[in-house]
Write a protein that binds this ligand. Sequence first.
Ligand code: PMP
Length: 339
Amino acid sequence: MTLHPGPVDGFWGAVGRTPLIRLKRASEMTGCDIFGKAEFMNPGGSVKDRAALGILGDAVNRGQLVPFQPGTVVEGTAGNTGIGLTLAANARGWRSVVVMPETQSREKIDFLRMIGADLRLIPAKPYSDPGNYVHYSRRVAEELSKEGPTVWANQFDNLANGAEHERTTGPEIWEELDGRIHAFTCSAGTGGTFAGIARALKSRNPAVRTVLADPMGSALYSWVKTGTLKAEGGSVTEGIGQAARVPGNLEGAPIDDAVQIPDDEALREVFELLRDEGLSIGGSAGINVAAAIRVAREMGPGNTVVTILCDSGARYQSKLFNPEFLRSKGLPVPSWLDG
Ligand code: PMP
């Protein structure tokens, strides 16, 4: 793999090779080098473009979809995977059906409509309920498969998701730092990002410390710490955490430790990175940066810690940058939006 491949071919060619950005204040504060992989710079605007390519590329390899022949991809998603899948499908002449809980941000809903997804918004339900968006999307795929070639992306348990990060994101980080990395931390929705990168780094140097970052309201922290799934509290972040299960993509991942990050700690990073370093990131990236700072503090000065900047703040203007929303949740309001 080369970091400067020259011209690339369309959406599929433009995903990946994102910049690894040194986060100045986080690094100075801890005496470490803290880096964020700028996944918000993927053409669909998030880390999930990679999962979309991994899953659809695998479907093509298996003969389930053929480029520029009729085909449909169906997925249940918090939004970003649906965006990546829809754009990737557009570029191959397929149709995309996206099932999403109606609680997700306005911006992601509008964007999915804009890019031509067949969007099905449904009430948010726990995984144990048959109406949960994951089960719902599986049933939609089963129905549509009677009409023609259809793939249910199944990002949580489809291992082509994590494999793509093991093949691309992890090796990119390793190459960008010439192997000078001591720890990696990020949060998990499907776990594909965490598991794929953790595996890629550990296979090159087993001493790299891998720490799962978890929002409140998710049970993954207690699962790593105690082996049992227990969730407490809640979070305004989207796309991360699991209240009641360990997705197939996270199972078996090399996880050394976990940290749990409250929203106010994550949002402080979101707002300060924007104000002081010109970096616009979303809530899950805020959790990741806060986790990287905690890991760096715990390990001490001189270490290099890498995390993931999953998507951009623009995807959450109506929530994380809306003083009324923030106040209603008891969260801090950035000074330039207050008043
Ligand atoms: N952050 C955001 C904003 C996301 O949409 C997602 C995907 N649901 C993640 C983080 C987590 O990525 P993964 O599914 O690879 O664990």
